[in-house]
Design a protein around this ligand. Structure first.
Ligand code: F6R
Length: 608
């Protein structure tokens, strides 16, 4: 999604802005641009495509120590140079970069056009520089504040003014912004990832706040004029770091192979093997509060929703607390009932997904209880929830989520253990569960060292018109996740179904040679899964089975057998998802796809 970077300081701004944009590339975008202050005007340059294309077009850029830059993921208006940011007012006296959507842009545009303003782009953003110019009488903050009063929608903006060469004005409503404090220099970004190399001392902006950024630091006010102290947070978490491939050809493959370590980090210091319990202090709930929870509702999108489904199944099965997962945006807009005795879990890697954020805001407005299950420390969802568990997966750069999924599931299983111990889980059963969880990283590593015939399976599905993923119980969300990965990375048409539901429709899609990927570990559903395998085979399907090592019956039945190490039923998704991640990866590579930045996708989806 769109990214913002800004710099004010003693050094040339351009190199810092471009470096910041490069660190945001992983989020997905389709054009990029920069604005630098030059004498009495603002100099801009924009290019469609990668930051490299912009960088190559900057030979004549002025020396400037103040600037803003942007990567755009198109929403309003096509992918063109005119629509790329920054956008200027008619006299190029000011420039704006913007993340979010201005919902009343048509009315504002009509009004401005009737006043003689000429628009150069099709974007919603362009109303902002013209509105700010309209209200500008020499005071940048007053002009931005007046303009924003007329705007409906969401924004994170940065504005530079030609006649205030050492200043950036930023404001946020619904789109994150963070200010980094350096030594005599100050930086701004929509994602701390862009600035952590320069400084780890940051001030997060909250909604309806405006920031005045200069070399000396930042002053933050509410949009309504009230003052607030700019509390400084020091980012010392490993969720941000150097985006380094470390010899892997793609971040996705690197992140798949990081899973033994990322799962281990998620468990570290949390499992209490002797007590058969888990300690998740971030939930800020003692056993007396935990025992009052009568239901759990996990909210998330995409992969995080699949992790939420897996967690909800474990909570019901092991803690015997009614639990379910909901797609965050569907939940948000149906005027949901928020039970007083429920705990809502906001599951998100980035902590910035607008749909999930909107859902938990709705829960909070209705007085509900929310905790985050989030990777990025200090992200908006983590701060809005105010409590919960961090995943400690480290930075996930590939657009397709892999290690975040296994860490989310791990964190939810750990929470399940803690919750179950406040109910009917015995000491012995708790000790067993804690031991089983602690054994997972080694099993994941064992599988990744011997992944089975994944590349051969990839070859067989490259030309498939349709691939069906099936699973029962804990393996159904895994099937969903496998299909999502294959769509995202390889663009191969596929869908996932609960295996028992397959005969109610999707079975009609099966013809001679249709690949059916069956997730069938040796759990309570295994025998029924075998019946379903026979049903699809009888109709000509090519059966690819992911099963527990040592299950000779399934191995013999399948056309291709992919064994994974044996683990407890509830932990099976942490193993069975691995071959599906690798399958999507290898299919994508063989088809020449852009693995880490698949078409149309963004790493963190900050618009609705
Ligand atoms: C899938 C993927 C997306 C995200 C979804 C939620 O590989 O990356 O489906 O899982 O956009 O993002 P987060 O977890 O950041 O809230």
């Amino acid at each position: 999604m769109c990214g913002i970077v800004g710099y004010v300081g003693p050094e040339p701004a351009l190199s810092r802005l471009i470096e910041g944009l490069r660190r945001l590339e992983y989020r997905g975008y389709d054009s990029a641009g920069v604005a630098l202050l030059e004498g009495k005007t603002v100099w801009t340059r924009k290019r469609v495509g990668r930051v490299d294309a912009l960088d190559q077009a900057l030979g004549d850029a002025p020396e400037s120590t103040t600037g803003i830059a942007h990567t755009r993921w198109a929403t309003h208006g096509g992918i063109t140079e005119e629509n790329a940011h920054p956008h200027c007012d008619g006299s190029t006296g000011l420039a704006v970069v913007h993340n979010g959507i201005i919902e009343n842009m048509n009315a504002l545009r009509e009004q401005l056009e009737s006043e003689g303003v000429v628009f150069r782009s099709e974007t919603d953003t362009e109303v902002l520089p013209h509105l700010i110019r309209k209200f500008y009488t020499g005071d940048p903050v007053a002009a931005v504040r007046s303009a924003l009063r007329l705007v409906n929608g969401t924004y994170g903006i940065a504005v530079v003014f030609a006649d205030h060469p050492d200043l950036i004005v930023a404001a946020r409503l619904g789109s994150p912004l963070v200010v980094g404090l350096g030594d005599g220099e100050t930086v701004l970004a929509s994602d701390p990832q862009a600035i952590v190399e320069l400084t780890r001392r940051v001030v997060y902006l909250d909604d309806r706040e405006i920031a005045v950024i200069s070399r000396d630091g930042v002053k933050v006010e509410r949009l309504d004029g009230r003052k607030r102290t700019a509390d400084v947070t020091v980012i010392d978490d490993d969720a941000y770091g150097v985006a380094d491939l470390q010899g892997f050809p793609h971040f996705m493959l690197k992140e798949i192979h990081e899973q033994p370590e990322s799962i281990q980090r998620c468990l570290r210091g949390r499992l209490q093997l002797d007590e058969g319990n888990a300690k998740l202090g971030g939930f800020q709930m003692d056993p007396r509060e935990l025992v009052r929870i009568e239901r759990i509702i996990a909210l998330g999108c995409g992969t995080s929703y699949h992790a939420g489904m897996t967690g909800a199944m474990a909570i019901e099965a092991l803690a015997r607390v009614p639990a379910r997962a909901e797609v965050a945006n569907e939940f948000r807009y149906r005027n949901p009932i928020i039970p007083r005795d429920a705990l809502f879990l906001a599951v998100s890697q980035s902590g910035e997904t607008m749909d999930t954020l909107g859902a938990i805001q709705e829960v909070r407005i209705k007085g509900g209880n929310v905790a985050g299950v989030v990777n990025v420390v200090g992200s908006t969802i983590a701060r809005t929830a105010g409590k919960g568990v961090y995943l400690h997966s480290g930075p996930e750069i590939a657009v397709a989520s892999t290690k975040a999924f296994t860490s989310q599931v791990t964190a939810l299983m750990t929470f399940t253990l803690m919750l179950a111990r406040t109910r009917n889980l015995s000491l012995e059963a708790g000790q067993r569960m804690a031991r089983e969880l602690s054994a997972v990283p080694a099993k994941v590593s064992e599988y990744l060292h011997n992944p089975g015939p994944i590349e051969a399976v990839a070859d067989t599905i490259l030309d498939a018109r349709y691939v069906l993923f099936l699973g029962r119980g804990f393996s159904f969300p895994v099937a969903l996740e496998g299909a999502l990965k294959l769509k995202e990375i390889a663009y191969i048409p596929c869908e996932a179904y609960p295996a028992g539901e397959m005969k109610h429709g999707p079975i009609a899609m099966i013809e001679e040679g249709t690949p059916v990927i069956f997730v069938a570990p040796s759990d309570v559903h295994r025998d029924k899964a075998i019946s379903n395998m026979k049903e699809v085979q009888a109709r000509g399907a090519k059966l690819i089975a992911i099963h527990t090592a040592g299950d000779h019956e399934i191995a013999a039945l399948a056309d291709v057998s992919i064994p994974v190490p044996e683990v407890a039923d509830f932990a099976s998704p942490l193993l069975t998802v691995l071959p599906l991640q690798l399958l999507a990866y290898h299919a994508g590579v063989k088809l020449g796809r852009d693995i880490d930045k698949p078409r149309n996708l963004a790493k963190s989806v900050t618009v609705e």
